[in-house]
Ligand binder design. Structure first.
Ligand SMILES: Nc1ncnc2c1ncn2[C@@H]1O[C@H](COP(=O)(O)OP(=O)(O)OP(=O)(O)O)[C@@H](O)[C@H]1O
Ligand SMILES: [Mg+2]
Length: 265
């Protein structure tokens, strides 16, 4: 039976801007079960990155709670790993691919053999065994993003959190990375929470899509994606249910958009 791994209750977040408080997120409630893939979507500027920062302990929560296994998240939880969109800024250019992937493992103080195995397995999972001794700047954008994912995999987090991880790669690479996500969830039993702007990607990848809308942001809908598994880029995307879900989510996002500020003279 599934059980909630990540529980967010009544979470609110305000930023202080020029001396006044701006509330970005209000009373947001949702949970993620172990092994689930949940996509978070919503209009630009709604607070998706802010929410991920609260979930990963990089930002404090103004009120409400976020818990992993019933423990309040007060700093970066050991059980989580993060992948950001900007791989160019997240990889160390002076370290080889292998050393980049190994980096977070130092913190775990693993026996050398265990660390070697994890690095090798993670690189193999993303198809980069041959690139271990190269430097990030010698790789294509898609390959660099794979290194960032391999680094998260080697850490073996229970929860992998990703913020628009595939936004800057070409369509073909994007499909490959999406399938990689499905594969690692199946292989490692990992829970995945990702933010994406791509509605098709959200539907294709996830078990559930959480739609954020309005200012301050709330969950406007949580939609179960009951598309058959295993998913396939061609047949799944051609299903009538796929199109229906995509239309429903598109309309929800449009309805929850933040109204543009009135133009000032
Ligand atoms: N550190 C900060 N201080 C003040 N305001 C901030 C800060 N970070 C984000 N904001 C504001 O919070 C709001 C939500 O930003 P956030 O980056 O979370 O949105 P988003 O949904 O991730 O947007 P996008 O889809 O464009 O990535 C924006 O209005 C942004 O200007
Ligand atoms: Mg963002």
């Amino acid at each position: 039976m599934s059980h909630p791994q990540l529980v967010v209750e009544q979470l609110s977040k305000s930023y202080s801007v020029a001396g006044s408080n701006v509330q970005i997120i209000a009373d947001l409630t949702f949970s993620v079960d172990a092994g689930e893939i949940v996509a978070i979507v919503g209009p630009s500027g709604i607070g998706k990155t802010t929410l991920l920062k609260c979930l990963t302990g990089l930002q404090s929560i103004t009120s409400g709670t976020a818990e992993i296994h019933g423990k309040p998240i007060e700093g970066p939880p050991e059980e989580m790993a993060l992948v950001f969109q900007e791989y160019t800024r997240s990889l160390m250019p002076w370290l080889t691919v292998e050393k980049n992937v190994r980096l977070p493992l130092h913190h775990l103080r693993l026996p050398a053999i265990e660390a070697d195995t994890r690095v090798r397995t993670a690189l193999a999972s993303v198809g980069l065994s041959q690139a271990a001794d190269r430097f990030p700047w010698q790789l294509s954008g898609g390959m660099q993003q794979r290194v960032a994912i391999a680094r998260a995999l080697a850490y073996r987090p229970e929860v992998l959190v990703m913020d628009e991880p595939f936004a800057s790669v070409d369509a073909q690479t994007r499909f490959e990375l999406e399938d990689l996500c499905l594969k690692i969830r199946d292989e490692f039993g990992m829970t995945i929470v990702l933010v994406t702007h791509d509605i098709d990607e959200a539907v294709y990848l996830s078990d559930r899509v959480v739609v954020l809308g309005h200012r301050p942001a709330v969950v406007t809908r949580s939609i179960d994606v009951t598309l058959p598994t295993p998913r396939d880029q061609i047949t799944t995307r051609a299903l009538p249910e796929f199109t229906e879900l995509r239309t429903e989510i598109f309309e929800l996002i449009r309805a929850g958009a933040i109204p543009a500020a009135p133009a000032t003279a």
